[in-house]
Each structure stands twice: as C-alpha cells, then as structure tokens.
Write a protein that binds this ligand. Structure first.
Ligand SMILES: *Cc1c(COP(=O)(O)O)cnc(C)c1O
Length: 417
C-alpha cells in the first residue's frame, strides 16, 4: 500500500513568526504579509519509511523520484519532460585552475528549457492545475519565464510572462516560441514583479513568482536531494550556488538537510552563496546581520541581478545553518569563469550559471575555502541563453580565404602550429 504523497505535508511555516498554517492555496503568511515567506513542512518519520535507498532503486531518474518530499497531489499528471537528475562531472583541470583538490560541476543547463528553473516551474504548473487555475503568470529576468512557458506548454496551461527591459533576446524568443503572452515592461525586474502580482490578483491567475510562492522552492530543493543521492558518502565539503532571489540556495540547503535527516548522507555540505558585485544585497545582510536593504543592480549576470530579493531570509538561514559563506564576484571574474568552465570543464554556462565557479576560485584564493577541500558547483543555466555575454568572454574565429597557404600562415601567426 503506497501512501499518497500530499499527506506527507503537515503545514506551512512562516520564516518570520514561526507560526504554522494549513497546507493550501496560499502564498505568504496571513499574519506577517508579503515578507512572511512560508516553508513547507513534512512528516519526516513517515517520509523516511517510504523514501529509502531501496525504494529509489526502482524509480525513474528525474526529480519526481522524491515525490514524498514534494508538495504535489498523488492525482497530479506529471509533465512528460525530463526534469532534474542532471549529471555531475568530475573536472580535474578546472579544479587545478581554481586551486582545489576535487571539483565537480552539476550541469543544470541540461534541463528541458536549459536552466535550473525547470525544477521550480514543474511544481508551479502542477499546483496551478491542482488549485483549478487555467492561466499562470510570473515576472522573471528570463529563465523562470522561459521555463514557465515551456512547462505550461507541456501540460496545456496558458502562461503570461512579465519581463524587464534588460532580459536578453534569446530568452524572450524562447518564451515566445512556447506560446506565452509576453509583456515587456519598460522598467526593472522589481517593477515587472509588482505588476505581475497585481495582475494575478485582478485577473485570477496563478502566481508562479518563486520569491514568494512556497511550493516552487520545493522543486529547487531537488538539486540538493540529488547531490546527496548522487554522491552519498563522498558528498563534497562545499556546494556552490549563485544567488539572486535566494530561493535556489535556500532550496538546495533544505534538500541537503533533509537527506541528512533521512540518512542518505552523514553530514550536510557547507553552502557557498555567490552574488555579483553589482547586485549583492543578500551578502550585505549576511555580513551585517541586519535586515535586507534593497539595491540597484548592474551586472552582466542578468539571472542574479536582483536588487530586492524576496527570499533572503531563507537563503541566509540555510547558509548559516550549513556553516557556509558568501562572496561577491566581478563581471570580469564571471567572464573569466565562463571561459575556464567551458575550456577546462567542457560545460558552457551563462554568466549567472558560472558565477559559482568564479566565487569558488575567489573563496579559495582568499583562504575562505581550503585547497585540500572538495566542492560541487551547480551550473544553473546554459551559455547559449546569453550569447552577447559569451561573445565578451571570447575571441574571434580565424577568417581565411579557402587556400592552404592562407590557412598555414594564419595558424603560424596564432601559434597553433
Ligand atoms: C534564477 C537563477 C539563479 C538564482 O536563483 P535565485 O533563486 O534567484 O537565487 C542562478 N542562476 C540562474 C541561471 C538562474 O536563472
């Protein structure tokens, strides 16, 4: 007899007042308002009886294998796309370049719409359907949008996407092709976010904004569950994640703690949260211990250019709990990481996707992380999503006329032969 997965959820707990409210179609704490982000609670004793290594042996290799730890109804029709169970690569040359003993990349650019966000959107579309919505909306710097558009297309929901002016063209094209209604707001991400929230209230759409939606972060958590299962006893000392709103690192931290609780690993790795120097309000709050102060942003890493993060409390709590750290990297360091990750790891990530590699290298150089340590960096988005930035990081082809003489001359000039 299998128990229905939704019954493992015991309630939703507020990050501010610690009050617990019943599971249902809510976004934030009724008492604390929009700041009161909610966290899904589970009956871990019951989960532990079902979610065993033996049970997992017989399940598909995608993120639905952790259904007991997901807030989804047993009646839900799972989207056919392959979400999660992304590969982890051992990259010794990149490790040497970063100055660490052992380094792995977990390539989340391999998800259906080429970013980590598919983990969250896949939960979002199921919750929208469960609650009876036919339209789902979000505001996004790009990846949450294309992901929502793709997952909505896969399950047959209508999607409306609010994007800020600076969202890169390939990402906008990606969501148009999935049939989303795209609203390009002449303003910042924050303004797009507020407009979207208002529209959801007025028009009765489901709000996918992961900064406040308590269920989506449970999807992001699955990367943490996977890291624990994929590495087991050899789980690296550090897990490195780029940070915008804070949901990704918060979710991964929760997933790792859950897997420790369930006995899949015997210690939870430390979290290194990496922000861009041009957008690091969570790092400021982490360092000062004060409440978050919103900032204006300026970085090529558009996916983490978040000036008013919603889930900063979750991010900071998980990083502290893990005894981890935070660091900020410059655009130059990010461009350098784009090259090195591609050339020494074989993985092409977008700027926010490789910011973790840049942060790890810097943390090692500063002595924050020991050289005799081990780490896994989550590559959160594919590089083809932002060709403009990739071009800044790289050189030009050798343009030649079709003659061997010319070829030889240019190869000698370039010191290739
Ligand atoms: C969204 C995103 C992040 C950061 O996730 P947050 O939950 O906003 O902290 C990092 N990298 C990429 C590629 C993203 O799309």
């Amino acid at each position: 007899m299998t128990r229905s997965s939704s019954t493992f959820v015991t309630g939703l707990r507020c990050f501010i007042c610690n009050g617990t409210i019943p599971n249902g179609n809510v976004h934030t704490c009724p008492k604390c308002g929009v700041q009161g982000i909610l966290d899904v609670q589970y009956d871990y004793d019951a989960v532990g009886k079902c979610l065993t290594p033996h049970a997992l042996d017989n399940r598909q290799h995608n993120h639905w294998r952790y259904s007991e730890l997901l807030p989804i109804s047993p009646e839900a029709t799972i989207p056919p796309l392959h979400i999660g169970w992304t590969p982890t690569y051992d990259v010794p040359r990149l490790a040497a370049n970063a100055g660490i003993d052992r380094l792995f990349l977990k390539d989340d650019g391999r998800n259906p719409t080429s970013s980590f966000k598919d983990r969250a959107s896949s939960i979002g579309v199921l919750k929208a359907q469960e609650f009876g919505f036919t339209t789902i909306a979000c505001a996004s710097t790009g990846n949450a949008a294309s992901s929502l558009a793709g997952l909505s297309a896969a399950v047959g929901l209508r999607s409306v996407i609010f994007v800020p002016q600076r969202a890169p063209e390939p990402k906008i094209t990606q969501l148009l092709i999935f049939g989303a209604t795209v609203v390009r707001v002449q303003g910042t991400y924050e303004q797009a976010f507020d407009l979207c929230s208002e529209a959801c209230k007025r028009f009765g759409w489901y709000d996918r904004n992961s900064g406040i939606n308590p269920f989506l972060v449970e999807g992001k958590k699955t990367a943490g569950l996977e890291i624990a299962e994929q590495f087991g006893a050899t789980v690296p000392e550090w897990v490195v994640v780029s940070v915008g709103d804070g949901c990704t690192i918060g979710g991964i931290g929760k997933g790792l703690r859950e897997m420790k609780k369930l006995g899949f690993i015997n210690r939870a790795p430390k979290l290194l949260g990496v922000q861009a120097e041009g957008a690091h309000p969570i790092l400021e709050s982490f360092a000062s211990g004060q409440d978050l102060i919103p900032v204006s942003t300026n970085t090529i890493a558009d996916s983490i250019a978040v000036g008013t993060p919603r889930n900063w409390r979750r991010a900071i709590r998980e990083i502290r709990e893990s005894e981890g750290a935070m660091i900020a990297v410059s655009d130059q360091e990010i461009l350098d990481a784009m090259r090195s990750t591609a050339r020494m790891g074989g993985v092409f990530g977008e700027p926010a996707g490789v910011a973790g590699v840049a942060g790890l290298k810097k943390a090692i150089a500063q002595g924050l992380i020991g050289r005799d340590s081990s780490a896994v960096v989550v590559i959160t988005g594919n590089g083809l999503k932002d060709i403009q930035s990739a071009k800044q990081a790289t050189g030009q082809p050798l343009d030649i006329e079709p003659s061997f003489e010319m070829l030889e001359r240019r190869l000698i000039e370039s010191k290739i032969v």
